[in-house]
Write a protein that binds this ligand. Structure first.
Ligand code: ASC
Length: 131
């Protein structure tokens, strides 16, 4: 099914926003009381979205402002789709590892995997996100 460019942007932004909420919950659990069920639910959500094929949401026409909807993806990301795909694969692997650590209920492992996951978020932001 064809997804309109403005909808691709909307869906990908929703995905990142929802992951950010869940990453924030994991951070709060690492900084405070560790509620293993909340961490598992949050990590599962992040891993599921990371593995949901969001690359399909970077199609033609999604590289610039469309109507009143803005995107912070740098234009050069669309000239480097293979590199973007590699960054996404790294993120997906780290998120899966985070979900595995959470499933074990191992706080130290979650701490490590959370840091590694955040590093893969940042790698893409530094290269391909405006601001
Ligand atoms: C988050 C979030 C990000 C990443 C990034 C990691 O929780 O919203 O964008 O982690 O800050 O450096």
């Amino acid at each position: 099914a064809q997804v309109k460019p403005e909808d691709q942007i909307k869906y990908r932004q929703a995905g990142y926003s929802f992951m950010a909420w869940n990453m924030g919950k994991i951070k709060a659990n690492l900084d405070g009381e560790f509620n293993v069920q909340q961490v598992q639910a949050a990590a599962s959500a992040v891993a599921a979205i990371a593995g949901s094929g969001m690359g399909a949401l970077y199609g033609p026409g999604t590289e610039s402002d469309i109507g009143d909807r803005k995107t912070r993806v740098k234009p050069e990301a669309f000239q480097n789709m293979a590199d973007l795909g590699k960054l996404a694969t790294d993120f997906n692997a780290a998120a899966a590892n985070l979900a595995n650590a959470a499933a074990k209920g191992d706080k130290a492992a979650v701490q490590k995997a959370f840091g590694e996951t955040g590093a893969t978020c940042k790698a893409c932001h530094d290269k391909y996100r405006l601001d």
